[in-house]
Design a protein around this ligand. Structure first.
Ligand code: GLU
Length: 476
């Protein structure tokens, strides 16, 4: 494989799929049914901007409807094309199956550079795109539920939700037509940082299993590990921030569009983020070494490499030079199938995208459930939980008095224990549980089968098996 031409993104996903199904005993018809993308809708629409009609091209691709609604983000980027959207939709199918989010896979994209338009223009364009998709049920709470992706965020999701609600005035579940909305428009606490948080939980779980850590040639926990992150967008920023602030990892490199920052003692992620917000790039940041050739830093020495931007950044041209002990794919498809082969031979452990970045869709699932249940998580039980905890604290206080100096309550125990969980804590707990369970299902396959060489293949095996079961249950 490595001597061949670089496959396209969709071919890469198909190759990874084929590698896994070769080990399964699926009827050929079913194998084909799962692999193919069910439908891709292309829309061309015009919006009057600055006195002229500008035509935009957008896509919504539905990969698999074994479960509905189908789910997946909407990307705004000039690089959007049918091949990319279909590859991303397929990844959504496998991702949802792996983390047991009850959705089929879908993805959308609009060919646009959002930085070329002001907020009002973007709203007009987004509403028009949403209108085109909603009228074909490609946005719909029970059929197809988009979310943010590269180039989109809470703001765009709020416009989409409002556009759908205007077109479906009697739909009581209208808010569930899209996830990743701002809290005030039906969003959920913790969604913005969910994908980055998921990357952190995935790494924590990886380091709980010594076999995997050993395969990567590493020891110990996350503390002190040297991390290079590529892309300080929503996912990369949150992952790097949490890993450095909460797990003691050292961010020794940050790669962005305009070069890279390096510091072996660790870079202050929050300070760099603030700098980028203010100056539009990392050039000029005073507290780290700046190098102009950012992409080359992917090949620098480090323990953990986190590609958190585009697909295909680690490919057959640079894979042989990668020195990281392990890679966690925070982006979708950052390692091509060709590079995957080279890295496997080199012994680099890869935590694959379908697992590593599933935190976003997991919390999207919680948001969708919240919208359908029309109640904030924790609203019913929080005070009742506090009242029950109060009973225990009262008893402990009695004991405290009785025992005098022999025993006293730990100072902040009372406050910590009394507090019932709010929505954010529940979301984090649900995400942590999901990431642990999904890792364990991959880990079991990886370590119990001689013929499964890596986590990616294990992830695909678990996911495809679940999709196949769901088709079989339908009588296919
Ligand atoms: N765009 C994100 C992804 O690639 C999130 C999808 C979602 O929340 O539906 O997983």
């Amino acid at each position: 494989m490595s001597s061949h031409k670089e496959p396209s993104f969709r071919q890469s996903v198909d190759l990874m799929f084929n590698r896994a199904v070769a080990l399964m005993d699926l009827p050929p018809g079913l194998e084909e049914k799962i692999r193919v993308c069910n439908a891709t809708y292309t829309v061309r629409f015009g919006v009057r901007l600055r006195g002229h009609i500008k035509t935009f091209v957008g896509y919504r691709s539905v990969h698999s409807e074994h479960m509905e609604p189908v789910k997946g983000g909407i990307r705004y980027s000039l690089g959007v094309n049918q091949d990319e959207v279909e590859a991303l939709a397929a990844l959504m199918t496998y991702k949802c199956a792996l983390v047991e989010a009850p959705f089929g896979g879908s993805k959308g994209g609009l060919c646009i550079d959002p930085r070329e338009y002001d907020e009002h223009e973007l709203e007009q364009i987004t509403r028009r795109f949403a209108y085109e998709l909603a009228k074909r049920d490609l946005i719909n709470p029970s059929q197809n539920v988009p979310a943010p992706d590269m180039g989109t965020g809470e703001r765009e999701m709020a416009w989409i939700a409002d556009q759908y609600a205007r077109m479906n005035t009697t739909d009581i579940n209208a808010r569930a037509c899209v996830t990743g909305k701002p809290i005030g428009a039906g969003g959920i606490a913790g969604r913005v940082e969910a994908t980055g948080r998921g990357v952190q939980y995935a790494l924590r779980e990886f380091f709980r299993h010594p076999e995997g850590v050993k395969k990567a040639g590493l020891t110990g926990k996350l503390d002190g590990k040297r991390v290079i992150v590529q892309g300080l967008g929503n996912v990369g920023y949150h992952a790097a921030k949490f890993l450095s602030e909460e797990d003691g990892a050292k961010i020794t490199g940050i790669i962005e569009r305009d070069g890279a920052l390096l510091d072996d003692n660790g870079i202050d992620v929050e300070a760099v983020h603030q700098w980028i917000v203010k100056h539009g790039g990392l050039t000029g940041y005073p507290d780290a070494l700046h190098v102009a050739e950012g992409a080359e830093v992917l090949q620098n020495e480090c323990d953990i490499l986190i590609p958190a931007a585009l697909e295909g950044v680690i490919n057959m041209a640079n894979a042989a030079g990668i020195k990281a002990a392990m890679i966690i794919e925070a982006a979708n498809g950052p390692v091509t199938a060709g590079a995957d082969d080279i890295l496997r031979e080199k012994g680099v452990v890869i935590i694959p995208d379908l697992y590593a970045n599933a935190g976003g869709v997991t919390v999207s699932y919680f948001e969708w459930v919240k919208n359908l249940s029309h109640i904030r998580f924790g609203r019913l039980q929080r005070r009742q939980e506090e009242a029950r905890h109060q009973l225990v604290v009262d008893e402990l206080e009695r004991l405290d008095k009785y025992l005098g100096d022999a025993w006293t309550m730990t100072p902040d125990f009372k406050e910590k224990y009394l507090r019932g969980a709010d929505e954010l804590e529940l979301v984090r707990s649900g995400l942590d549980d999901t990431m642990r369970e999904a890792y364990q299902s991959m880990h079991e396959v990886w370590h119990s089968r001689e013929d499964v060489p890596d986590l990616r293949m294990a992830g695909y095996l678990v996911a495809i098996d679940r999709v196949a079961r769901s088709y079989r249950a339908k009588g296919l």
